[in-house]
Design a protein around this ligand. Structure first.
Ligand SMILES: NC(=O)c1ccc[n+]([C@@H]2O[C@H](COP(=O)([O-])OP(=O)(O)OC[C@H]3O[C@@H](n4cnc5c(N)ncnc54)[C@H](OP(=O)(O)O)[C@@H]3O)[C@@H](O)[C@H]2O)c1
Length: 234
């Protein structure tokens, strides 16, 4: 049976490396993001998941391509990070963040679960901030805690379906999201590297490897997997 990865946010960073990994291993790869991945062998659906017509486009451009039932791995990877703090959270940005990071993954589950046969998986990309807190990114932090909750609900509600689920939580990973968050301040980036016990950032390929492992090992169900090189506690 064909195995297909459907991943959001594959145009760069962790998502792009994940698509590359799965395609190298013989899976069909489908990316959903605004820009294309430009990876050979990947089908790019250039869709803005924040646009009002995204469900219609998924129905037309994705569901019509899929067989009635096949082994799918759905990875919820696209996310927004808009810096903010409690007391000054812009409700519009809060809603946007919750929508892209939590509600849209849930809607994609609704759309794709009927097509998932046994041995399929739903993997959520969480964050260290799915379980911890730091100042200055309140909306994102709340959304990443919610992602973990959605994964746990997925595990319980899909019992007996043969579909397994995990939340993979990257630590600080060397991608555009991290560099933009630090406004490309090299001094700050050097300081942040020291949060990890290895004194370096996680590479996006390392998270791709964990996602690959999780997709292929149903024993990991309801699991929260931190990929952060170990983090300094004080
Ligand atoms: N980097 C880190 O340090 C870190 C740490 C912990 C967790 N994470 C998590 O890891 C995941 C990947 O992050 P990353 O670091 O690889 O980020 P990234 O390089 O900024 O990539 C984010 C991806 O999300 C897509 N995206 C954003 N808004 C979208 C929209 N409206 N519609 C469709 N796609 C959209 C982007 O594609 P387009 O711009 O082409 O639409 C891009 O491919 C996220 O869930 C993030 O929270 C990252």
């Amino acid at each position: 049976m064909t195995k297909t990865l459907i991943l959001t946010g594959g145009s760069q960073g962790i998502g792009q490396k994940t698509l590359q990994k799965f395609v190298e291993q013989g899976w069909q790869g489908i990316n959903i993001s605004r820009k294309p991945t430009q990876l050979p062998g990947v089908i790019d659906l250039e869709i803005d998941l924040s646009a009002t017509n995204w469900v219609e486009r998924i129905e037309k451009e994705l569901l019509t391509r899929l067989p009635d039932s096949s082994i799918l791995c759905l990875i919820h990877n696209a996310a927004a990070l808009i810096p903010d703090r409690v007391g000054m959270i812009d409700p519009v940005n809060f809603e946007k963040t919750l929508s892209l990071n939590v509600i849209i993954p849930s809607t994609l589950n609704n759309l794709l679960l009927p097509r998932m046969s046994k041995d399929s998986s739903i993997l959520y990309v969480g964050s260290t901030l799915s379980e911890k807190a730091v100042p200055g990114c309140a909306s994102y932090l709340v959304s990443k805690h919610a992602v973990l909750g959605l994964m746990r609900a997925t595990c319980q509600d899909l019992a007996g379906s043969g579909v397994h689920t995990c939340c993979i939580c990257p630590g600080l990973t060397d991608t555009a999201m991290l560099r933009e968050r630090c406004q490309h301040d090299e001094k700050l980036l050097e300081i942040l590297k020291k949060i990890s016990l290895a004194e370096r950032f996680v590479e996006p390929e390392e998270i791709a490897d964990i996602l690959w492992f999780a997709a292929n090992h149903p024993v990991l169900n309801g699991s929260v997997i931190h990929g952060n090189l170990g983090q300094r506690e004080s």
